[in-house]
Design a protein around this ligand. Structure first.
Ligand code: ASP
Ligand code: MG
Length: 428
């Protein structure tokens, strides 16, 4: 069995949904598990609904209406027969959201997941209905019956053993000789109390990897609006080139540092079972794309540039000139963990410790406040973190020309530079 993942951009309007069916026609003879994300920017739109609801701004229903109109326009252009059961199914989902908005708001993250998860339920229902309309026998599955997670709302952690059993019981039997396609949602799962939970933004890739792992799939294909994994973002680098293949190690390093083409959590389950990952273009579906897999060396071996903006660099120094190591470091890390902060880069000296983090507008001020109780803190905001995998010394020189470097770190394969944000666009 193969696993295909179609992200928001690949189902952003009626033509895009039709294109998914066109791609699926090419794989008619194979068993495919299809995972879809919410349509276009629906997750952001539902986030707006949640925010309005929690803040009681009075706009929640209005924002929800926009989400509804967007989906109805897609359905109306796909399905000429207004009696198609899809209309009722989608309408029921909107009624459920509407009901949720009538309750008194509870804890934000919990509410967020209960509402935002409808994006994937609606999207997958529409795409499935369209595949059926296109004579592709496809069975829709509610993935919440298969994937179980803990109660960490918005960042659910999968219960692997439980999910393994559920997948075997509720997913596998759906594949039959007649039914070669099973279509389900990415990004969402359920908790033991049967609430919806999401796995972190852009989490549909991760769902594809989890299911591929549990099902021992032959491969995973992520269908994107780019030709594959590129060595740089073409928005900033005019001569970005496509990588034909990548090692798991290069893929996880690039994804971790912000190569948005693959969600960083996707690689581990695949690497653990040696399952290849293809990144292909849904706009040119027969083209080769990029393959990431076991025993593959990255090819062509050119420098890859990853670039993360809105970084903050914090220097933490002991107030009494004592060494920063040992106790202090574990103390500092406990603070990061309490706030759920991920460190992008770190470096220490005798009495100080520097970390580069995403500048989260809620968590960073809190972090600084907590650290200031025990340490002397200095920080810079509005920074950019560049990660260059397979760099040459000259690559770094070109990149940093004329710019102030606040932190630099090099290992054999990877270099990191933290620099002040530049006004003009980079063109390297
Ligand atoms: N729809 C979700 C999001 O936008 C999940 C995904 O796209 O993978 O974050
Ligand atoms: Mg997405």
């Amino acid at each position: 069995m193969k696993v295909f993942k179609f992200g928001g951009a690949s189902v952003k309007d009626a033509d895009a949904v039709k294109n998914v069916a066109t791609i699926m026609q090419d794989f008619k003879e194979e068993k495919i598990l299809v995972i879809v994300s919410a349509m276009g920017k629906t997750t952001n739109a539902l986030e707006k609904v949640v925010d309005a609801y929690v803040k009681k701004s009075g706009e929640a229903e209005l924002f929800l209406e926009e989400v509804k109109t967007f989906h109805y326009q897609i359905m109306e252009s796909l399905f000429l027969d207004l009696n198609n059961p899809i209309f009722e199914k989608v309408n029921n989902y909107f009624v459920e959201i509407h009901w949720a908005l009538e309750d008194e708001p509870r804890e934000y993250n919990f509410i967020y997941d209960q509402i935002v998860s409808f994006g994937e339920l609606i999207s997958s229902s529409i795409v499935n209905a369209w595949l059926k309309e296109s004579n592709l026998a496809s069975t829709w599955l509610d993935i919440r019956d298969c994937l179980n997670a803990d109660n960490t709302y918005r960042e659910g952690k999968i219960n692997w053993e439980e999910s393994d059993q559920l997948v075997k019981k509720n997913l596998l039997p759906l594949f039959t000789t007649q039914n070669k396609i099973v279509l389900t949602q990415g990004y969402i799962a359920s908790t033991s109390e049967n609430y919806s939970i999401t796995l972190g933004r852009e989490g549909s890739d991760y769902t594809a990897a989890i299911l591929a792992y549990l099902l021992d799939a032959e491969s995973v294909t992520i269908w994107k609006d780019v030709p594959g994994v590129l060595n740089a973002d073409p928005k900033y680098f005019t001569d970005a080139q496509k990588l034909e293949q990548l090692s798991y190690l290069d893929a996880i390093e690039l994804a971790y540092y912000g190569a948005s083409v693959i969600h960083p959590k996707t690689i581990k389950p695949l690497e653990n079972k040696g399952i290849p990952l293809y990144v292909k273009s849904f706009l040119n579906h027969q083209a080769k794309g990029t393959v990431i897999g076991k025993d593959l060396q990255t090819k062509p071996l050119v420098p890859s540039f990853i670039f993360k903006s809105n970084q903050v660099l914090i220097s933490i120094a002991a107030k009494d000139f004592s060494f920063i190591a040992e106790e202090n470091i574990s103390n500092i890390f406990a603070t990061f963990a309490t706030l759920g902060l991920k460190v992008n880069l770190m470096q220490n000296s005798a009495i100080s410790f520097s970390v580069c983090l995403d500048n989260d507008s809620q968590k960073i001020p809190k972090l600084i406040e907590l650290l200031q109780q025990n340490y002397r803190i200095r920080y810079n905001t509005d920074l950019q973190l560049y990660t260059i995998r397979h760099y040459y010394p000259s690559t770094l020189e070109n990149l940093s020309q004329g710019r102030e470097i606040l932190l630099e770190q090099r290992s054999r394969n990877t270099a990191h530079l933290v620099m002040k944000a530049e006004e003009k666009s980079e063109n390297k």
